[in-house]
Ligand binder design. Structure first.
Ligand code: SF4
Length: 186
């Protein structure tokens, strides 16, 4: 979790990365998050930490990336129910398309999550279609789905600025957030 982040959606945001993705897209920027292993966070406690992190950093937005958060849709749904009222804008990334989620590929919980998400960035990453003008997306086949149309204008103004990368230091580690160009792929 990092905050405040400005490179993964408009305004000040708390960003959370979930562990686990089986889609294995060539060139994925986060293969270290593919394994479905590690301790499972308790959602109510995680929600409290997100809320407190948002309060301390003046964040109104939440971005959930991964991994693929929809590959643990039951846990995602519980978390979103806890934090829905705390954030005016919730953006979630998934490697499934919106149509696949609606068809139940992420289970009933995945369908239910769509009611609590404002913006879904969908689809597998295609390294051949990574273009610098794909803001908020890794490749042009991925779609920015405005499930809450009230946020579309704010997102369009934000996206007009182009891709943004930010770096954060955590001890000896430098963490880069945002959508990189293809030459920075894993
Ligand atoms: S869906 Fe996303 S996290 Fe999963 S392999 Fe593809 S790019 Fe990586």
């Amino acid at each position: 979790m990092i905050a405040p982040v400005h490179s993964l959606g408009p305004g000040e945001r708390v960003c959370l990365w979930t562990q686990g993705c089986r889609k294995a897209c060539p060139g994925c920027i986060a293969p270290e998050l593919w394994e479905h292993t590690g301790p499972q966070a308790e959602e109510e406690m995680l929600a409290r930490i997100l809320r407190e992190t948002a309060r301390r950093n003046g964040c109104r937005g939440l971005t959930v990336s991964g991994g693929d958060p929809m590959e643990q849709s039951d846990a995602l749904l519980r978390l979103l129910r806890y934090v829905r009222e705390d954030f005016s804008d919730i953006l979630v990334y998934t490697g499934w398309t919106l149509e696949e989620v609606r068809d139940g590929r992420a289970g009933e919980a995945g369908i239910e999550c769509l009611r609590l998400i404002d913006v879904l960035v969908d689809g597998r990453y295609d390294r051949e279609r990574n273009r610098p003008d794909c803001v908020l997306r890794g490749s042009e086949n991925q779609k920015i789905c405005f499930l809450n149309p009230a946020l579309e204008e704010e997102y369009r103004s934000y996206m007009a600025r182009g891709r943004i990368l930010e770096s954060f230091t955590h001890g000896d580690t430098v963490i880069v957030t945002g959508i990189p160009d293809r030459r920075m792929e894993a």
